[in-house]
Design a protein around this ligand. Structure first.
Ligand code: AMP
Ligand code: MN
Ligand code: MN
Ligand code: MN
Length: 279
């Protein structure tokens, strides 16, 4: 029997809503054999997840999802199989979390001038780790009935040209890849179809990513439809990139996604886990 891989998931260490232990338990219940914990810009949940995995007979891959700014666009780069103790990676992630704290104050200020009171404290109540995310603001705005659900909050408040938007100023693509490779990990571009890049721009991204030492493309993602998956499988082949599979799970209240419940990798793809020895 082949193993079920889900190599993209979040815990309360970033903007997920489950603890690392509960995330691992849920992954096991849903038939996942190998789960990567890939919190945004932080690795604090990994130790707990690995410990929990021993009780459920599944494997946890230590991971991270690094925020990158590339020609003005925000791109997410997954690091799979990283050593969380690696210093260069941790210094880099520290600087990203510092930017997040500054941005949170800006977002709160902007929301305030649009009639949303107490957004900083409100968002902080949802931030259980060392990191603050737009998702935490979204949860607070849903709580205060500014929108019916998280997706609606993003659409109306937290994206470009909306009242609570502050542009990202994340790290550079080559730095993110460098931190991941230096930490012994494999760099993978997350949910590539989500960026809505033109074919020319996407090819440029993949070429620069390869040059920087990047190795993988998340071909199967909950953000992708059938056509996106087929398209990204072609790009993976064209650019000789390994293919990854991840749900990008954030918690049960994001009811449109479940751990492990995404299509299999297209057959022609070479899996990012092809040379892993899974205990
Ligand atoms: P941040 O890294 O703080 O800018 O927040 C980005 C996170 O917001 C993503 O990782 C998603 O979890 C979430 N997000 C972004 N866009 C949406 C959306 N349209 N609906 C729901 N969640 C979203
Ligand atoms: Mn997220
Ligand atoms: Mn992402
Ligand atoms: Mn993610």
């Amino acid at each position: 029997m082949s193993l079920v891989f889900d190599l993209h998931a979040h815990s309360i260490a970033s903007d997920g809503s489950l603890t690392p232990s509960d995330l691992v338990a849920r992954a096991s219940q849903h038939g996942v054999d190998v789960l990567a914990l890939t919190d945004h810009d932080v690795t604090d949940g990994i130790e707990e997840a690995i410990r929990a995995a021993e009780n459920y007979g599944i494997s946890v891959i230590p991971g991270v999802e690094v925020s990158v700014t590339w020609y003005g666009a925000t791109i997410h780069v997954l690091g799979l199989g990283i050593d969380p103790a690696a210093e260069k990676l941790q210094r880099g992630l520290d600087s990203l979390r510092e930017f997040r704290h500054w941005r949170a104050e800006e977002i709160a200020r902007k929301l305030e001038s649009h009639g949303v009171e107490g957004a900083l404290d409100g968002a902080k109540q949802y931030a259980k780790g060392s990191l603050i995310s737009r998702t935490h603001f979204a949860r607070y705005l849903v709580e205060k009935n500014f929108a019916a659900d998280i997706r609606e909050v993003f659409k109306r408040f937290l994206v470009a040209n909306k009242p609570g938007y502050v542009a990202g100023r994340w790290t550079q693509l080559n730095d993110a890849v460098d931190w991941i490779v230096d930490a012994g990990g494999r760099a993978v571009i997350a949910h590539p179809a989500r960026y809505k890049l033109s074919a020319t721009k996407l090819r440029q991204l993949l070429a620069e990513f390869k040059d920087a030492g990047g190795e993988g493309l998340e071909v199967v993602s909950s953000s992708h439809n059938v056509a996106d998956t087929a398209q990204m499988a072609r790009y993976a082949l064209d650019f000789d990139l390994l293919a990854s599979r991840g749900s990008d799970y954030h918690g049960p209240e994001h009811a449109w996604v479940e751990l492990g419940k995404i299509p299999d990798l297209p057959e022609k793809c070479k899996p990012v886990w092809h040379d892993w020895s899974i205990a």
